[in-house]
Ligand binder design. Structure first.
Ligand code: DHK
Length: 146
């Protein structure tokens, strides 16, 4: 039985492909979803890939994953830098969390350097583009084997 693994995406990530391609690349969110599903199924995960522009929706999905999913891969988008509520929901899920950013947030504006999520994450990947999602899923497979 494949283990459910939640892959969450925050605001504006539905615009990938056309949104600031020099920063976020040319791949669409559908391309990344496909990459995550393919990577997940090779590691016996059933990837649940979601994106929303509504913070409460993201929090509901996190709550619903508790006791059900093996872990959470999350690109919180701009909520990375603003949302105590998402951090609290992730802690309440009691699941391991890996934070992913397509861009290297540390090379960008100062306000992107702080993350409310990093302090509760197992690992943080930034600047690897969509490869970051692939690496996060593969790392979960290793973690759960250990
Ligand atoms: C995506 C966003 O939408 C930004 O708000 C973050 C992140 C960075 C990314 O690199 O994937 O600051």
């Amino acid at each position: 039985m494949p283990r459910p693994l939640l892959v969450l995406n925050g605001p504006n990530l539905n615009m990938l492909g056309t949104r600031e391609p020099a920063t976020y690349g040319h791949e669409t969110l559908a391309d990344i979803a496909e990459l995550c599903r393919r990577t997940g199924s090779a590691k016996d995960f059933e990837v649940e890939f979601q994106q929303t522009n509504h913070e409460g929706q993201l929090i509901d999905w996190i709550h619903q994953s508790r006791g059900r999913c093996a872990g959470i891969v999350i690109n919180p988008g701009a909520w990375t830098h603003t949302s105590v509520a998402i951090r609290d929901a992730l802690v309440a899920s009691e699941l391991p969390v890996i934070e992913v950013h397509l861009s290297n947030v540390h090379k960008r504006e100062e306000f992107r350097h702080h993350s409310y999520v990093s302090g509760i994450a197992v690992a943080v990947l930034a600047g690897f583009g969509s490869n970051g999602y692939r690496m996060a899923i593969e790392h979960f497979a290793q973690l759960l084997e250990a």
